[in-house]
Design a protein around this ligand. Structure first.
Ligand SMILES: C[S@@+](CC[C@H](N)C(=O)[O-])C[C@H]1O[C@@H](n2cnc3c(N)ncnc32)[C@H](O)[C@@H]1O
Length: 268
């Protein structure tokens, strides 16, 4: 095998080291201690996050070689474009996404089993489905919500620019999560009303965030399970990043429940 292929394969096989290092540093909150243009010494960073200095130093150097954090003289670290996105106060911060993956990483242990059986690797490792696990861990739930904004939030503007929602009086966002999507649509279309539908452990936080946007009068938050039913009364049903979570059979069940309530002229 040529050296180029060996190097490329080695990099890919060891890819988890990079992913894990990003998630660990995000969990520790290292990025929050650095302001762009004000590099901080490794000793200070390690002390503030309670880390072992040499280990953190090696990790930050490794990340710097991949474009996250920039090492300056005297073992000081500054931000790069990428590491700045891990600050908690960055717009649509990526820190929650990395913290979520930090907690869910053990699920990859189930991949081998999933490949052999077709069963969920997550369920095998965590002994419960993903969304039950999120609901059973109140500390994880808000991190999950914010991670969704990090992963998908930037899509909202493009969707609003590309799709004309003008004819829709009531829009239902199924599995609407933290409400940022339906909130943005309702803000763009002031005459429209909304329904946000999600699991019980999510709807409380969705109500709070819609309230914060001043939209609680225009958006009804409904708690339920889309495998059982979907609320009636909307002209259009929006699913964003929902169907990909499920098997074909489960996806058909969700869409059938939507079909039952969608008006003849409705959209999905
Ligand atoms: C991948 S997140 C997507 C969230 C949001 N649509 C977005 O684009 O950011 C999937 C959402 O589906 C919700 N969900 C999962 N299982 C559900 C169920 N059985 N019934 C209703 N909602 C469910 C989750 O709570 C979560 O908010």
């Amino acid at each position: 095998m040529a050296q180029a292929e060996t190097e490329e394969l080695a990099k890919l096989i060891m890819g988890a080291a990079l992913s894990r290092s990003i998630c660990t540093v995000a969990e520790l909150g290292v990025a929050d201690l650095i302001e762009q243009g004000k590099p901080q010494p490794i000793g200070h960073l390690a002390q503030e996050v309670g880390a072992h200095e040499r280990s953190l130093y090696r990790m930050l150097r490794f990340l710097a070689s991949h474009g996250l954090f920039a090492e300056q003289n005297d073992r000081r670290f500054d931000h790069t474009r990428l590491s700045a996105c891990l600050r908690t106060d960055a717009e649509a911060s990526y820190r929650p996404a990395a913290r979520m993956m930090h907690r869910m990483f053990p699920a990859w242990e189930g991949l081998h089993h999933a490949a052999l059986t077709g069963e969920s690797g997550f369920q095998g490792v965590f002994q419960q489905p993903l969304f039950d696990y999120v609901g059973a861990n109140p500390e994880l739930a808000p991190i999950f919500d914010a991670a969704m904004t990090a992963f998908h939030g930037h899509e909202t503007g493009a969707m609003l620019d590309a799709y004309d929602f003008d004819s829709i009086g009531v829009l239902a966002d199924i599995g609407g999560g933290n409400g940022s999507l339906i909130g943005a649509v309702l803000q763009r279309y002031p005459q429209m009303k909304g329904i946000l539908y999600d699991l019980g452990h999510v709807t409380g936080r969705a109500s709070e965030s819609l309230d914060g946007l001043g939209l609680s009068e225009r958006c009804t938050v409904v708690e339920g399970n889309f495998f059982e039913s979907v609320p009636a009364g909307a002209d259009a049903y929006l699913f964003r990043h929902i169907i990909h979570d499920w098997t074909d059979e489960q996806s058909i069940q969700i869409l059938k429940n939507c079909r039952k309530v969608i008006p003849t002229q409705g959209n999905c």
